[in-house]
Design a binder for this molecule. Sequence first.
Ligand code: F0G
Length: 363
Amino acid sequence: MVHNTLHDRGVIARWRQFLPVSDATPVISLNEGSTPLIHSPRLSAIVGRGAEVYVKYEGLNPTGSFKDRGMTMAISKAVESGAKAVICASTGNTSAAAAAYAARAGITSIVLLPAGKIALGKLAQAFMYGSKVVAIEGNFDDALRLVREIGETEPIAIVNSINPFRLEGQKTAAFEIIETLGDAPDLHMIPVGNAGNISAYWMGYREFHAAGRAKKLPVMAGFQAAGSAPIFYNKVIEKPETVATAIRIGNPASWDKATVAMRDSGGTVDIVTDAEILEAQFWLAKNEGIFVEPASAASIAGLMKCADKSRGAAFDLSRIPEGAKIVCTVTGHGLKDPDVAKDRISGIVTAHAEKGAILDIIA
Ligand code: F0G
């Protein structure tokens, strides 16, 4: 077996000393992590005041989302404990990651998905990786409740983010950002669904700060879809709705942890509408060449909202210093959800196979 660098070998190999693993832990990895932190000159210009905006492109993980960072930990620890099967509820990305890492480990995965609300690419992943797929007549919150109930009686390991190893793995994204920038950013913007990821980043930032690897801590700003914003409205949403199906969640499992992260960092939670999400998604693809799924664009839509004083954003950008560094996490790849691009594809123009006809069209 050839290994070039530690970075090629996944987050457990790269960040082993900061993770709860031992020699007894069988490392199940698909070389996740070490994703690019891409500087965005156009977002930086929109913010102004010399700000430098970076996009952490988590869609470049092995199954196309940040979930792989947590799943390498959750599946490795499940196998260490002797589990032969794992289960999760999902809006599509957790299930894709669970299915892939379980396949890699040679164990069974069972995924509970809200019927009719999973983006096509994610559904294809669950089936291709050989998962037992069950569509629930209900939403993500119902599916997670059922997973908890099944976990109480059956010998099946739960790999949702209520499993603490998931957040341990996901915190490594914050480590990477600190390593690349040489310090934590001033402000970190992130989509919020089940609220595990914002909690994991905050844990990672605090750990590196305590270890002396970062001099500062960022302000954490979370963004929910307006129709699925329980933390923003401070109440459970019984029937969450949004085009960003990944964050169509009404009762997040890590609600309290996320609230603490935003409070202790001096941050805020805000909402972005479906129209704002889709506009930001298209803008990022067209202007920076970064194609992300709708939920991921919530952080970009959020930054744009904050940059426009007339829109009443919860976070006041003038609070951060001149020349501040801002990181937006974009959580999943755009190819996961081809249906949202359909409207744009439907604008396709067919030409005769002849040069003149083509020149007429592109003129
Ligand atoms: N972005 C994407 C693409 C997601 O898939 C998720 C969550 C989030 C953001 C929100 O992260 O839940 O940690 O606050 N997806 C979960 C899933 C719920 O089942 O794939 P969070």
